[in-house]
Write a protein that binds this ligand. Structure first.
Ligand code: C2O
Ligand code: CU
Length: 482
């Protein structure tokens, strides 16, 4: 990698380097990047990570280049990034570039867009960076386990004119289920997780550390990029008095808006970019809570403010909107509507569903370890001889409106590959200030519509990003004709 953004983890950095070291990094010029960055090598293999904190046991994980999260990949909008994936795992893998609108062959979906990369093999991804923003990468095979054991990382695409900030920081949020000994709990694929909320963990981490503090400098303005890389946990981040501006969601600019005390909901797969001013906030006011699950609220992290050695940008003018990414707006008046229903899980009214060529009672489907349907069909993960048909055939260049209905009692963040879409309001028009996104969260029982131009030919996954739902039937694909 030619460049790494500042990637502070926690107090360890703060104590190790001292406040002066952090302050010194403030206002440091950002590292210039080449138009065509040198190729990056990502080696997937076993490693260990200190997830809980200093003095706690190390956890055996799977990692890219030995680190959890993996290296931050970074390039300029318009550049092409080349990444060589080397598989040193004991099983096949792939890399998917979540949120990037790529040529289909680079999308990293096993059997659908490429052969799985076998142990000992390599695969080179060429990624044209059309859109700026915060993205991430992860495998798309045996996802619950591969991502759940640590195979994930962030990808940042720099816009030509980034907002003025003192520091551009990244927090990769994750959620781990660890045993008392600090090992990853081996309960992957448990029927309970598949039928309920997915694999929720017991240790939340920021940049691979559950230590829970983060060093900031009074007076600085931070661009904070968040990535939810958890298997199943939906984060509802309460920033309290910090009251940051939201400037982008899922890589795409939104008109800057203060959160105003409302929690920022980030479902698995989602990203947000914030502008955070550290203006003399007391440490009590600088706790960031996760309040999404009402029965389980906790403090994710506390900001610990040090003294600056020069003035920062906090309190300067409100941020202006980032430049829009080059995404075509759907023609809603002439859009063709396609309906999708999502069902299954615990308490479902579903009595039967299609699995392959058979119509089966739902309890028989459950016995086979499957739990979810899209359009009354269970979609098991792809295999070498997959026969799953596309959920829909889309004509290239045409606008589509997808009417999504969640018939289940559970939340589902629904993600589309290869395209970015608008979420429509109840009136069928884009919600006010709507921005493009790649993942839409459906609450239990909720209907929402999305619209986009099907301008990227190929077969594109359309699935729930709760990985245990994805693997238990809730992952199909749509085909955009060439
Ligand atoms: Cu984050 Cu199908 O992907
Ligand atoms: Cu789901």
């Amino acid at each position: 990698m030619s460049y790494q953004p500042e990637f502070w983890t926690t107090r360890r950095v703060l104590l190790g380097g001292g406040l002066a070291a952090i302050a010194a990094s403030v206002l440091a010029p950002s590292v210039p990047f080449a138009r065509t960055p040198p190729p990056v090598r990502l080696t997937a293999g076993p490693a260990t990570a200190r997830l809980i904190g200093p003095g706690e046991p190390e956890t055996p994980v799977l990692a890219y280049n030995g680190r959890v999260p993996g290296p931050v990949l970074r390039g300029a909008q318009g550049a092409t990034l080349e990444v060589v994936l080397e598989n040193r795992l004991a099983e096949p893998t792939t890399l998917h570039w979540h949120g990037l609108r790529l040529p289909n062959g680079m999308d990293g979906v096993p059997y659908l867009t490429q052969a799985p990369v076998k142990p000992g093999e390599s695969f080179t991804y060429k990624l044209p960076l059309k859109d700026a923003g915060t993205f991430w990468y992860h495998p798309h095979i045996n996802s619950s386990e591969q991502i759940g054991r640590g195979l994930l990382g962030a990808l940042i695409v720099d816009e030509p004119a980034p907002p003025a900030v003192d520091r551009d920081l990244l927090w990769v949020l994750d959620d781990w289920r660890l045993t008392k000994e600090g090992r990853i709990h081996e309960s992957f694929g448990s029927p309970h997780d598949r039928f309920h909320n997915g694999r929720l963990g017991n240790v939340a981490t920021v940049n691979g550390s559950g230590e829970g503090t983060f060093g900031v400098v009074s007076g600085e303005r931070i661009r904070l990029r968040l990535v939810n890389a958890a298997n199943a946990r939906i984060f509802g981040l309460d920033f309290g008095a910090l009251d940051p501006w939201l400037i982008a969601l899922d890589a795409n600019p939104v008109p800057p808006v203060k959160l105003g005390g409302a929690p920022l909901t980030l479902a698995p797969g989602q990203r947000a970019d914030l502008i955070l001013d550290i203006s003399g906030a007391t440490s009590a006011a600088a706790d960031i809570l996760d309040v999404h699950y009402s029965e389980q609220r906790y403090r994710l992290i506390s900001l610990v403010a040090g003294k600056p050695d020069r003035p920062g940008l906090a309190g300067s003018a409100a941020p202006t909107a980032l430049a829009a990414n080059p995404i075509s707006a759907p023609d809603l008046a002439n859009a063709q509507t396609v309906a999708f229903s999502f069902d299954g899980g615990m308490h479902s009214n579903l009595t039967e569903a299609m699995l392959g060529d058979e119509k089966l009672p739902f309890r028989d489907i459950a016995r086979r370890g499957m739990a979810w349907t899209i359009n009354d069909r269970v979609h098991p993960p792809m295999t070498g001889h997959h026969t799953d048909q596309p959920l829909a055939q889309l004509e290239r260049g045409r606008s589509y409106r997808f009417d999504l209905e969640n018939r289940s009692d559970w939340e589902h963040p629904i993600h589309l590959h290869g395209h970015s879409f608008l979420v429509l309001g109840a009136d069928g028009q884009p919600a006010r200030n709507a921005s493009f996104t790649d993942t839409v969260l459906l609450d239990a029982g909720q209907r929402r519509s999305i619209a986009f131009v099907a301008d990227n030919p190929g077969d594109w996954m359309f699935h729930c990003h709760i990985l245990e739902h994805q693997e238990a039937g809730m992952m199909g694909f749509v085909r955009v004709t060439a």
